[in-house]
Write a protein that binds this ligand. Structure first.
Ligand code: CMC
Length: 430
């Protein structure tokens, strides 16, 4: 009968070790007993970028990258995108189950009644330059919230955590919209609690003098985009959230760190880069030359919105967004860059370079086209990723805090620097 274990023979010593296998993994710490002698530290694994290391056990999001499957708490993303709302999905992600009617109503009430931010936040935003990137402003104002709610430091209290979760999910759209209004030189539009989460965000963004009518198709499209972005297991920003949170930093500081990680062009900044890339390509006839440049640049020029560490198939979120684009364009008019994107996808998916490396469109390839058609400036795209991902970050943060296996994150290193040497005073260094 096969045993769930791994036998390793250390050829340096000839000694064999048996390590248990659980859930397809061995514990890295079990390798420590593999030593050449009592002075030896013991074996470690070397895994830059954690390409083959599970850093936690999680019950939140399941991804099968080869099959292109994404489930939150077991529910397929396609069903949630079709039938759920963002706030209901956020509840599911955070609590593990879909809410009952009473739980749903209480949840919506609590989020809706935390949307206001302290007036001093406006003073903080006013300190930014006129052209400050809204992601920088969002990151800073989220971090600043920690100073308004110092009780948030008590991260071991579940009840206290609940309050901060309400606040963060409720206030992030307000801070995001305020950042945009600062960028545009417009007066801040306050939250309207009569509207849905997405409807309210749209009005805080786009309301001018007079009343603002939320278009239900655009409101639903934003809802779906928010559902698709709500969580994505152990990605770069979620790992940042968990790592910073593991030092028991308050959730505002940890979320600001997650926003910082999301800002990069290889992560949440990619949707912005896709739009800039499509604009630069400019017309369909220039696509072959661009593809050639990508292929010969040795990884320097990338087809933004393509490829994923986990998906080696079409990103299921990209499929949903691509289908939804037509509904949005019926309201907003067709984004002229769509034709370039469609042709780019067609050519790339037939090209040996992309086929061999299993590079398919990811969530960012089409989302920017929709955001742009809805009137969001390109600078706001990563912000539109950060708003819904806040629920995922917080769920992962709570799960980390409640996980008995977790401690402060502290990876090892292989030291390759100079051996011990004696300090030479400046005067003797020539
Ligand atoms: N265009 C051209 N070549 C690519 C691309 C791309 N977009 N992505 C990967 N490759 C190549 C890469 O050069 C490498 O080739 P080779 O084997 O010849 O050296 C091979 O494919 C493997 O790439 P990698 O960089 O080792 O893969 P990774 O898992 O480390 O990177 C990624 C994943 C998402 C950072 C990368 O695919 C990428 O840079 N994509 C473009 C940026 C992007 O769209 N990011 C959004 C990701 S989805 C939203 C999110 O969750 O953040």
């Amino acid at each position: 009968m096969a045993k769930d274990s791994l036998t390793i023979t250390d050829n340096r010593t000839g000694q064999s070790y048996e390590l248990p296998i659980q859930e397809g993994t061995i514990k890295a710490i079990d390798l420590r007993k593999i030593k050449t002698g009592p002075e030896d530290f013991g074996l470690m694994t070397y895994d830059p970028a954690f390409t083959n290391t599970a850093s936690c056990q999680s019950q939140i999001t399941f991804i099968d990258g080869d099959k292109g499957i994404l489930n939150y708490r077991g529910y397929p993303i396609e069903q949630l995108a079709e039938q759920s709302t963002y706030l209901e999905t956020a509840y599911l992600i955070l609590n593990g189950e879909l809410p009952s009617k009473a739980q749903h109503d209480a949840w919506i009430y609590n989020i809706t009644h935390h949307t206001m931010v302290h007036e001093n936040i406006k003073g903080l935003l006013d300190g930014f330059r006129y052209d400050a990137h809204p992601m920088g402003m969002l990151m800073s104002t989220v971090a600043a919230l920690s100073t308004f709610y110092p009780e948030a430091k008590d991260v071991r209290s579940k009840e206290n955590r609940r309050d901060q979760i309400f606040r963060l999910i409720a206030k992030v759209p307000t801070l995001a919209a305020f950042s945009y209004r600062h960028l545009m030189g417009l007066p801040y539009a306050y939250p309207n609690n009569d509207l849905s989460y997405c409807g309210n965000f749209l009005q805080m963004m786009f309301k001018m003098a007079g009343s603002y009518q939320v278009n239900p198709i655009l409101e639903r499209a934003l809802e779906v985009l928010f559902i698709l972005h709500a969580d994505h297991e152990q990605n770069c920003s979620t790992s940042a959230m968990r790592a910073v949170g593991s030092s028991e930093a308050d959730p505002y500081s940890s979320t600001a760190a997650a926003i910082a990680a999301l800002y990069g062009p290889l992560h949440g900044g990619a949707n912005e880069m896709v739009l800039r890339m499509l604009k630069e390509i400019g017309s369909k006839d220039r696509i072959p030359a661009f593809i050639q440049e990508v292929k010969t640049s040795g990884g320097e020029v990338r087809l933004m919105g393509f490829g994923h560490r986990v998906y080696k198939n079409y990103d299921p979120r990209a499929k949903i967004i691509k289908r939804m684009a037509d509904q949005v364009f019926e309201v907003t008019g067709r984004n002229p860059l769509l034709d370039i994107a469609l042709e780019l996808e067609r050519i790339a998916l037939e090209d040996e370079y992309f086929i061999k490396r299993k590079l398919y469109p990811n969530v960012d390839f089409y989302s920017g086209l929709i955001y742009q058609a809805m009137g969001f400036p390109v600078d706001m795209f990563p912000v539109l990723f950060a708003i819904p991902r806040t629920a995922g970050w917080l769920a992962q943060w709570e799960e980390m805090l409640e996980d008995k296996d977790q401690k402060i994150a502290r990876p090892r290193q292989i030291y390759r620097g100079a051996a011990r040497r004696e300090f030479a005073p400046l005067s003797s260094r020539g």
